[in-house]
Ligand binder design. Structure first.
Ligand code: AMP
Length: 192
C-alpha cells in the first residue's frame, strides 16, 4: 500500500492535485474538510459541532477530527492506499494517524508539501471564493486566520514526518500539469 499525506497551506492546491493523483495511483482520497462540509450539508451533530470552528477558520478539535478520519479509513479497508488531504493538521493528529496505521499493519509512506507563498494563497482563496460557495474563502480576515493557524499549528507536522525521513517539499507555483509532474516524481520515488 502507498499512503500519502498531501500537505500544505489552505489554497496550495491539495484538493486539485489529489484529484489527479487518486486516478493515477488508484488511491482513496480523504479530505477532512470535504467530510466536514458533507456533515454540515446534512446538518448532522458532527456537522453542527464542526461548523462554528470552520466559519472562523479555526481547527475543529482533534478528538472530533480523528474520530471522523478513523471511521472513514475503517469503512474503506480494501483500497490500494490513501491520499490524505487536510489531515493531519496537528501533532496529536499525526500521532493518532500513526497509531491507526500501525493498528492496520500499515504506515505513512510519505508527506509531500505544496509550497506556496502567503500572498499568492490569499489571492487564490479570494478567487476561489467567487465560485466555491465557501464562506471561509470569501473573507480576507478569515483567510489570513486560516494561514496563521496553518503556520502555528500545522507546520510542525512537516517536521514530525521529516524526523521519520518521510517529508518532501514541492514548489506549488506553475501550471497544474507541471506541479502534478513534480508530485508524481515524489510518489514514484516512494513506489520505486
Ligand atoms: P479545508 O477544506 O482542508 O481547507 O478545511 C476547511 C476547514 O475544515 C478548516 O479551516 C478547519 O476548520 C476544518 N478542518 C479540516 N480538516 C481539519 C483537520 N484535520 N483538523 C481540524 N480542522 C480541520
Amino acid at each position: 500500500m502507498i499512503n500519502l499525506i498531501l500537505f500544505g497551506p489552505p489554497g496550495s492546491g491539495k484538493g486539485t492535485q489529489a484529484a489527479g493523483l487518486v486516478v493515477k495511483y488508484d488511491l482513496l482520497h480523504i479530505s477532512t474538510g470535504d467530510l466536514f462540509r458533507y456533515e454540515i450539508g446534512n446538518n448532522t451533530p458532527l456537522g453542527q459541532k464542526a461548523k462554528s470552528y470552520m466559519d472562523k477558520g479555526e481547527l475543529v478539535p482533534d478528538e472530533v477530527t480523528v474520530g471522523m478520519l478513523r471511521n472513514k479509513v475503517e469503512a474503506n479497508p480494501n483500497v490500494k492506499g490513501y491520499i490524505l488531504d487536510g489531515f493531519p493538521r496537528t501533532i496529536p493528529q499525526s500521532e493518532a494517524l500513526d497509531a491507526l496505521m500501525s493498528d492496520m499493519g500499515q504506515s505513512i509512506s510519505k508527506l509531500i508539501m505544496l509550497d506556496v507563498p502567503d500572498e499568492e494563497l490569499v489571492q487564490r482563496l479570494l478567487n476561489r471564493g467567487k465560485t466555491s460557495g465557501r464562506s471561509d474563502d470569501m473573507d480576507e480576515t478569515i483567510i489570513r486566520n486560516r494561514i496563521n493557524v496553518y503556520t502555528e499549528n500545522t507546520t510542525p507536522v512537516f517536521d514530525y514526518y521529516a524526523k521519520q525521513g518521510k517529508s518532501a517539499k514541492v514548489w506549488g507555483i506553475g501550471s497544474l500539469d507541471t506541479i502534478f509532474e513534480r508530485l508524481c516524481l515524489e510518489v514514484d520515488f516512494v513506489k520505486g
